[in-house]
Design a protein around this ligand. Sequence first.
Ligand SMILES: Nc1ncnc2c1ncn2[C@@H]1O[C@H](COP(=O)(O)OP(=O)(O)O)[C@@H](O)[C@H]1O
Ligand SMILES: [Mg+2]
Length: 255
Amino acid sequence: MSFVSAQNIFQSYDGRPILERVNLEVDEGEFISIVGASGCGKSTFLRLLLAQEQPSRGAIRIGGAVPAAEPGPDRGVVFQKYSVFPHMSVRENIIAGESFRRPLGRFFGAAKKAARARADATLERIGLGHVADAYPATLSGGMQQRLAIGQALAAKPRILLLDEPFGALDPGTRLAMHDFLTELRAAAPMTVFMVTHDLAEGFKLGDRVLVFDKPRWDPHDPGAYGATITYDFDARDDGIPFQTIKEVANVPDQT
Ligand SMILES: Nc1ncnc2c1ncn2[C@@H]1O[C@H](COP(=O)(O)OP(=O)(O)O)[C@@H](O)[C@H]1O
Ligand SMILES: [Mg+2]
């Protein structure tokens, strides 16, 4: 059985279908990029994986079980506009990310010193070493976003959910964050779901690129139908470029 499984997911808000008939099987360690028009339900799908909300129909399984509603250390998350802890310094924010894994959420003595050293190494790596003692409010938006990503990754989550995480960064910083994420995945395998508007970024980082789209469309009532996964591309470096693993939902049944 696959690590993450979505079985026949439907999600509606106030009777409006947003997602319909979403089926997905993901192996542990896969990097899944998600693209699709604005408003088609990509963030909704991530919230379902986080168990922040329950699907109207269908089931999500992670490691064979219904995911817990409390996002613990198993699932890290970075949204495009992520708020780091404003009352903590940059370094403390990274340590807080890591200490998520510990029962008491605290480090003492030698463990604290080691946690500081790890945090400082992470900060060097994401170009924030020189502001370790600063508070987030004094940083630029791009720096705060790098801090948010560093914080989520410090927890070494089994699943990382990224909702347009690099969208607000300048091109150079974005490339540096790509490298950072790629290195971390090489060191500690993580299953990643990343929503992006940038198709090239999706193919560069992803093993697969999923397209969310509406297979059915009523021009007189654009909200009549929900979106589903219409394409599932193989984006692995050794794969044939743009090979379709499956063309999922072109001819929907009318149930
Ligand atoms: N909690 C909610 N209640 C009502 N409507 C919602 C809720 N969350 C999202 N929506 C609507 O669902 C649709 C999909 O939203 P979203 O998942 O954020 O799209 P995307 O991330 O693909 O841009 C949008 O029309 C949005 O307004
Ligand atoms: Mg979104």
